[in-house]
Write a new protein. Structure first.
Length: 424
């Protein structure tokens, strides 16, 4: 399928078409179409880094554009030279990451505890051509809910420290750990939603563990999610973040389709969707990914993966082209509610955000761990909210401000996520 003549091109901003064409080329190991102009390398570099696919693209670029991406002679100050240095750095980091993962697997195995790698950490080892091609900022792992304390003890024994104490908070589903000698933080999950996310249905963790299977990683026993659950988890992650996910998230799905698609019956995928409460999101993401990367879906899926309505395809493309920064994403839902609320409604919303339950405040303000410290925690909470968001709140009533445009993009993504969750 030619990207320029496909339905995708109708809504895709021009600067992203080249990037997607390059990822298509890398996936299919073919050059760009002969009638397509050579990429503007600085712009492609910027977009590829923004979308998390720059490392994946580098081997393909070096193979198909040897003049622009020479093996060793490019200046470190050039786009090609800087790109090459990032790829080499990621290769080194992936080796260190493998050692870190091996230590984790060994520590949990020796303690008799169950551990499963999630998302990028597992996909890099199982479906990418090389672990270094899947860049990531942290390592996600899954433990059993009833083994939280024992798993925490293992992490401490391995030399990690918890960034925040969320292990038994009903407003958390993971705890973040850092190690002074390892580059990657570890997010230890026992669930995928909490009381804080009222619009995110509970995932059936017991069923997910029943379908997980034993495997070995660097010689140590651990667990892996079933392939249908791996797919469902990737889609659940997109929903959880209201589609504020980069192109790399769809690349993960594309490689999983190519590696496992022919062995996944649609009824197993549907059952995984029920376990993860993803509504109609899995068929949507499968079809959208196939169109995005010109990837054929397995023949057995054709009747169960419906075509996409243009309005929702446009919404997903819009989301790719308008990714928020991490800090902006965290408060989007509140800002969307605030923008449309009356004065009284805005007051109630602000007060609700200040007077949070003690269990939530205690994660951020140690004084809230005792009841007498609650008034000071509320004061600190009000101060921090003001410092962080007062400029954004003031700009929400200004037409065509950057804040308004970011919220417009958030509204599109929120509509897409809600539509897919509510569609059976």
């Amino acid at each position: 399928m030619d990207l320029e003549s496909s339905a995708l091109a109708l809504s895709l901003p021009p600067e992203y078409r080249t990037l997607i064409a390059c990822v298509r080329g890398a996936l299919h190991d073919r050059p760009l179409p002969v009638d397509m102009a050579e990429p503007q390398w600085p712009l492609l570099d910027r977009r590829a880094r923004e979308q998390g696919v720059d490392i994946f693209l580098f081997p393909w670029l070096a193979a198909h554009y040897p003049d622009g991406f020479p093996q060793s002679s490019a200046s470190p100050d050039s786009v090609a030279g800087a790109w090459r240095m990032r790829a080499l750095t990621e290769l080194q980091r992936s080796t260190l990451r493998q050692r870190q993962i091996a230590d984790l697997a060994a520590g949990f195995s020796q303690a008799g505890l169950d551990l499963a790698l999630l998302k990028g950490a597992w996909l890099a080892e199982s479906i990418y051509a090389g672990p270094a091609l899947r860049s990531m900022s942290d390592i996600d792992v899954l433990i059993r809910d009833g083994q939280r304390d024992a798993s925490h003890a293992v992490m401490l024994k391995l030399g990690y420290t918890a960034s925040k104490s969320t292990l038994h908070s009903r407003f958390a589903y993971d705890q973040l750990y850092r190690h002074p000698q390892h580059a990657y933080a570890v997010e230890m999950h026992w669930a995928f939603s909490s009381e804080r996310e009222t619009d995110s249905p509970d995932v059936d963790m017991a069923a997910i563990w029943r379908h997980a299977g034993p495997t070995r990683l660097y010689g140590h026993p651990c667990f892996a999610l079933s392939p249908p659950d791996q797919l469902a988890h990737l889609v659940h992650h997109m929903l959880h973040h209201l589609f504020a996910v980069p192109l790399r998230a769809y690349l993960d799905v594309a490689l999983l389709i190519r590696a496992r698609g022919n062995t996944l019956p649609t009824e197993d995928i549907a059952a995984a969707g029920v376990r993860w409460q993803t509504g109609a999101a899995i068929p949507f993401v499968l079809r959208f990914t196939a169109e995005l990367f010109d990837l054929p879906l397995p023949a057995a899926w054709q009747t169960d993966v419906p075509q996409i309505d243009a309005i929702w395809r446009d919404a997903a493309l819009h989301a790719l082209a308008h990714l928020p920064r991490g800090a902006e994403r965290g408060a989007e839902s509140t800002f969307l509610s605030y923008r449309h609320a009356s004065l009284m409604g805005r007051t109630r919303l602000v007060l609700k955000r200040i007077f949070m339950p003690r269990a939530f405040l205690a994660q951020h303000y140690p004084c809230a761990r005792v009841r007498v410290g609650m008034p000071w925690a509320w004061i600190c909470r009000a101060r921090d909210l003001y410092r962080t968001h007062h400029a954004t709140l003031a700009a929400l009533d200004t037409d065509d401000s950057p804040e308004q445009r970011r919220l417009d993009a958030a509204a599109v993504r929120t509509s897409l996520a809600r539509h897919l969750r509510q569609t059976p």
